[in-house]
Design a protein around this ligand. Structure first.
Ligand code: ADP
Length: 537
């Protein structure tokens, strides 16, 4: 027997219209001091909707953004899916080759681009004949505009359009909740980038997941700063989550300058912020120079947060960095770290260890670990290490226009490529990415654990451990280390520092000191580049 409840669709249009109705006075702040209320944002979205009609962008067409975190980008986050088009946010740090592949593969109809980013994308325009319009988002720069009829100005386009007066949400039927709302490509470190196609339903459910109390728990009193770019897996759901909750949003623009970000956190009394560990590392030296007393929750994800880094934050501002584990394929948040009531009585160092875990799956997300060889499920005993697999309503079930059956199990779970343990209480602890694990003499070494140990030395700012081919052992670990200014640690000192923390055969064969380490387009340590450099040398 079916229930008798209203079969109403889940749609991102609700996020927009809820913020418009309930939180009209709340503000979006963009770096540079521009402030606009949600009422103002919604008014622009209503004009953007008819502007997209005027440009004859069909329903279902991909509308791309090539933009930093800003109020105009937020309007596109809202207006494109609310009108049943698909928002394709493009990583602004892609090579021209990947960029052209992605825009071509997605068949983007229109691209919205920050004015200051034009020089990065315009040279590709002639190889992307499918793009009918290039709409320029003013960003305070005066980058010259190409003299081309396809180039339009966002503000003129929006201000010149009539506002759509109806309800976006009411235009959706139950069948529409599975329509695509967004598209993000994975980084493509193995093979060409693959598109993850989110639906309205998956996006709304993920958004509610970010509101779950005790995990991230976004709420009306929050002031949310997504430092994580809006092109990196939907800025981890923070923009939609903040608007659904009625929180204010602070969008930092293009600059990743630590003083700029810390200044915004202090001036706007930011309560929640999210960034990759390399960004948190860059902010750490300035923590005590700013009033960050409003901060209640800092999210770190994309790669493992070294416990020493999290503890630096806890010591300086009383708030650790909490793990957010996810993937582009998981919308992206799958699990959130932190402690539960059962941990409160634990000794301090044991709590540090709990906080170092990737944490508990969000509601509706299921995780399991399986033996890589046999595919058999492994026990949740905190000891067995296996490939992490995920299932849930905001987890990808396929990729856009490619057959990627190998990424899924026969029963439909996503293979993450991560190795992990699961505790009896459901805590997830990542051991390493399968491709980063170092195989030495038939055993494995976790690059993540070695990095955490080395990063606990006070002179170490950043560290990446990779395997070096070795005729006897197959691979041996090599550590690339960046020291703080004035740091004097030697290889012998670092060895002595980590010897009590790891097995003897885990000790790196070499420490290579560098002034900086290569990063990926999303700010993660680019171990593949280090491996490549090593191969050539
Ligand atoms: P890519 O890194 O391939 O560009 P994603 O941003 O989707 O794409 O990365 C997902 C991967 O990032 C995960 O499979 C995992 O290896 C890593 N990751 C994400 N969050 C965390 C975290 N909190 N701790 C450790 N690793 C993480």
């Amino acid at each position: 027997m079916d229930g008798l409840m209203q079969p109403r669709p889940l749609t991102t249009a609700h996020i927009l219209e809820r913020a418009e109705r309930l939180y009209a006075h709340k503000e979006v702040v963009t770096a540079g001091g521009e402030r606009l209320t949600y009422a103002g944002v919604a008014a622009n979205v209503r004009r953007l909707a008819t502007a997209l009609d005027t440009l004859e962008v069909p329903e279902g067409a991909r509308v791309a953004t090539f933009a930093s975190n800003s109020r105009r980008h937020l309007e596109l986050y809202l207006g494109v899916p609310a009108t049943k088009r698909v928002l394709h946010s493009i990583n602004i740090r892609l090579s021209a080759e990947h960029l052209e592949y992605i825009v071509g593969h997605a068949e983007d109809d229109v691209v919205f681009v920050d004015r200051g980013l034009l020089p990065r994308i315009w040279p590709s325009a002639r190889r992307l004949p499918g793009v009918r319009y290039w709409v320029v988002l003013p960003d305070g720069t005066d980058t010259p505009l190409p003299d081309d009829a396809r180039v339009l100005d966002y503000d003129s386009l929006v201000s010149g359009a009539e506002p759509f007066a109806g309800s976006f949400e009411e235009a959706f039927t139950l069948a529409d909740e599975n329509l695509a709302s967004g598209l993000c490509y994975t980084s493509g470190t193995t093979g060409p980038p693959k598109g993850v196609l989110y639906s309205h339903r998956s996006t709304v459910l993920h958004c509610l997941g970010t509101l779950a109390a005790g995990l991230i728990g976004l709420c009306e009193s929050d002031v949310v700063l997504p430092i994580v770019p809006m092109f990196h897996a939907n800025a981890w759901g923070l923009p939609y989550g903040a608007m659904m909750a009625g929180a204010s949003l602070v969008l930092p623009g293009a600059s990743a300058d630590p003083a700029h970000l810390l200044g915004l956190m202090a001036a706007e009394r930011v309560t929640v912020a999210g960034a990759v560990p390399t960004v948190w590392t860059s902010l750490a030296p300035g923590l005590r120079d700013h009033d960050l007393s409003a901060t209640r929750f800092l999210l770190g994800g994309g790669s493992a947060v070294p416990p020493a880094l999290s503890e630096t934050y806890r010591a300086a501002i009383g708030v650790p960095i909490t793990h957010s584990w996810g993937m582009t394929e998981i919308s992206p948040v799958g699990a959130i770290g932190g402690t539960r009531t059962q941990h409160r009585a634990l000794a301090e160092d044991e709590q540090v260890s709990v906080r170092a875990a990737q944490g508990q799956p969000l509601p509706l997300v299921n995780v399991r670990i399986v033996d890589v060889e046999t595919g058999r499920e492994l026990p949740r005993d905190g000891e067995a290490v296996g490939e992490l697999q995920v299932a849930g309503p905001w987890v990808a079930g396929g990729y856009f226009r490619v057959d990627a059956a190998a990424s899924f199990t026969a029963d439909g779970w996503l293979r993450t490529g991560d190795l992990a343990t699961l505790g009896p209480d459901g805590y997830l602890r990542l051991v390493d990415r399968m491709k980063d694990l170092i195989k030495s003499g038939g055993e494995w070494i976790s690059s993540v654990e070695l990095e955490a140990a080395i990063a606990s030395h006070p002179d170490v700012v950043e560290v990446a451990v990779i395997g070096r081919p070795d005729p006897r052992w197959m691979e041996r670990p090599v550590a690339y280390v960046v020291q703080r200014p004035g740091g004097t640690a030697t290889a012998d000192e670092l060895l002595a520092h980590i010897t009590p923390m790891v097995a003897k055969w885990w000790l790196p064969d070499e420490f290579v000191f560098r002034t900086a380490l290569p990063k990926t387009g999303t700010g993660k340590l680019a171990k593949s580049e280090l491996r490549e450099a090593q191969r050539i040398a």
